[in-house]
Write a protein that binds this ligand. Structure first.
Ligand SMILES: CC(C)(COP(=O)(O)OP(=O)(O)OC[C@H]1O[C@@H](n2cnc3c(N)ncnc32)[C@H](O)[C@@H]1OP(=O)(O)O)[C@@H](O)C(=O)NCCC(=O)NCCS
Length: 179
């Protein structure tokens, strides 16, 4: 009988050999946006339904503030994932939001988990006490990514966004960052 845990582990070991997580540079932007636009066009991972054009991508890049971080995962083929911290949308809240995107070819290989771990450490280093993410309620991999690292579900906003001719429920998850 196949040992599923061992099979998963060896798939990860093979796949994750030789990838690195590092801060993004401006040269990474095209690949970052390419990956994001794939998710815009093909998935419910983001509520955006229009791909970012070059001008919007540049504005997104420039959102870099003192307390925003953008990381990428790369291997010898190039960029295979990215993750970003941004101050949470609500004015006055001292909360940070995180986004994690991995090239679908590399899903299930531990890269999203590695990016989230690194991003959480960055958020802690920046002095945030709470990190959140909003995930479509039926985004199984997105919810698994966060809950496996100790994020808890705060609640679900029903009919929060409309995409591909259907309404989406969005679940908010949070993790406390002890200092
Ligand atoms: C969510 C996403 C980033 C996960 O990236 P990934 O590299 O495939 O994730 P990992 O391989 O590191 O898996 C992280 C954990 O989630 C689990 N997981 C991943 N996908 C899963 C699925 N479909 N069902 C159940 N568990 C899943 C893994 O088993 C792993 O748990 P473990 O550490 O206990 O083994 C990736 O699917 C993605 O890019 N999706 C589109 C963007 C998105 O939805 N982002 C989240 C909202 S910002």
């Amino acid at each position: 009988m196949v040992d599923m845990a061992k099979a998963k582990e060896s798939k990860r070991a093979a796949a994750t050999r030789g990838y690195a997580v590092r801060p993004a540079t401006r040269d990474d932007l095209k690949a970052i946006v390419g990956l994001y636009n794939w998710a815009v066009n093909q998935t419910f991972a983001t509520i955006d339904s229009e791909p970012l054009d070059a001008e919007e991508a540049q504005a997104w890049w420039e959102m870099h503030g003192r307390r925003s971080v953008l990381l990428v995962a790369t291997d010898d083929t190039g960029l295979i994932g990215w993750a970003r911290l941004l101050p949470w949308k609500q004015r006055g809240f001292d909360v940070v939001e995180c986004l994690v995107y991995v090239d679908p070819v590399h899903h299930g290989q531990g890269i999203g988990g590695a990016l989230l771990k690194a991003l959480t450490a960055e958020a802690r280093g920046l002095g945030y006490l709470t990190i959140v993410a909003s995930v479509a309620k039926d985004n199984r991999s997105g919810l698994a990514l966060f809950t496996k690292q100790g994020f808890e579900v705060v609640g679900t906003i029903r009919n929060a966004a409309h995409k591909f001719d259907r309404w989406m429920d969005i679940t908010l998850v949070q993790k406390e960052l002890e200092s």
